[in-house]
Design a protein around this ligand. Structure first.
Ligand code: CA
Length: 231
């Protein structure tokens, strides 16, 4: 399964590092920005599954960051606040943050808040355990991929890439979106790797079949064909 990707926007490096380690241990993929602009730049490239947003940030504070994110995205946002920032926290909720937690916090409580925030926003399609396009079936519980009756062996990255494509079936994904979700921000800009892995996937999924499922949208990215199952 693709790990849920969490972006931490926090200027205190120790806290950011602590959160990164704990969240990774819980199975999340984690990215960090140390200031508001840095965070916004990352989100412009690719919107993560959830954002932990510190209120007191240099230059542009967490409230302003939250306001800007809400202009284009409904991504779950949990604000991190100090105890004496209660008014800020209330304002955060008013401008569209989903939740807040005061520092210092118990990590298990934060985990629970994260799970709750993620549950609220999961679209219906993501609850499905089997992803389908035409005769391609991806069983997320059994971790199996079939085209027709043919089982297809994929590496971890190929599997993650296919899962992301199938979850967004019928939607064109840019190379940067794919990089952000499957590889993380560190790779954004280095889009060759996407092309390489698309080639791997095609050789396993499409090459032997007349009906190609992975399509290139020139100058934009890739799309998996939205196809009704003919059965
Ligand atoms: Ca801070």
């Amino acid at each position: 399964m693709l790990p849920k990707r969490i972006l931490i926007i926090e200027d205190e490096k120790q806290i950011a590092r602590f959160l990164e380690l704990e969240l990774k241990h819980e199975g999340y993929a984690v990215d960090i920005a140390y200031d508001g602009w840095g965070g916004l730049r990352k989100i412009e490239k690719y919107v993560p599954d959830l954002i932990l947003l510190d209120i007191m940030l240099p230059e542009i504070d967490g409230l302003e960051v939250c306001r800007k994110i809400r202009q284009f995205s409904e991504v779950p946002i949990i604000m991190l606040t100090a105890r004496d920032e209660v008014t800020d926290m209330v304002m955060g909720l008013d401008i569209g943050a989903d939740d807040y937690i005061t520092k210092p916090f118990v990590i298990e409580v934060l985990f629970a808040r994260i799970r709750a925030a993620l549950r609220k926003r999961i679209p219906l399609a993501h609850n499905s355990k089997v992803l389908i396009s035409g005769d391609l079936r991806m069983d997320l519980l059994k971790h199996q991929v079939f085209r027709g009756k043919e089982a297809i062996e994929l590496t971890k990255k190929e599997y993650d890439l296919l899962e992301y494509l199938l979850m967004n079936k019928g939607i064109v994904l840019t190379r940067d979106q794919i990089l952000g979700k499957v590889w993380g921000y560190d790779y954004v800009g280095d889009t060759n790797i996407v092309d390489v892995y698309i080639r791997y996937l095609r050789s396993k999924l499409d090459e032997a079949y007349e009906n190609k499922l992975i399509l290139t949208v020139r100058g934009v990215g890739y799309i998996i064909r939205e196809e009704r199952n003919e059965n």
